[in-house]
Ligand binder design. Structure first.
Ligand code: FES
Length: 110
């Protein structure tokens, strides 16, 4: 018997200001950047998830508990001119239960 994977939801406001309600199965994608890119909402990910380019810069919900876990992301965020509290790189956010019911918003790299 196949084990069923529970589906979770989150919201994403894209670079055009359109809010999308999205659902996913945990770990169905390597990270949030690739998931959003494959939905066709953003043409981003120039460095392919290495925390170098900043194109996948997003704002997270105030209630998000998504601590930054690597120095490369921290460094990349600090040099982005529109960095703010709650900024993250979507390529460093895993598609797991921690993003359930959160809202993300495109910020970009300028
Ligand atoms: S894809 Fe380049 S920083 Fe995320």
């Amino acid at each position: 018997m196949l084990k069923k994977h529970k589906t979770h939801n989150f919201a994403y406001k894209d670079s055009m200001g359109v809010l999308h309600q999205l659902s996913f199965k945990p770990h169905s994608y390597p990270n949030l950047m690739e998931y959003i890119r494959d939905q066709g909402f953003e043409d981003w990910g120039d460095c392919r998830g290495r925390s170098w380019c900043g194109t996948c810069h997003i704002k997270t919900s105030e209630n998000a508990n998504l601590p930054i876990e690597n120095e490369d992301e921290q460094h990349c965020l600090l040099v982005l001119p529109n960095h703010q509290n709650g900024s993250r790189l979507a390529c460093q956010i895993l598609m797991d239960e921690n993003i359930r019911e959160l809202e993300f918003e495109y910020l970009g790299d300028n």
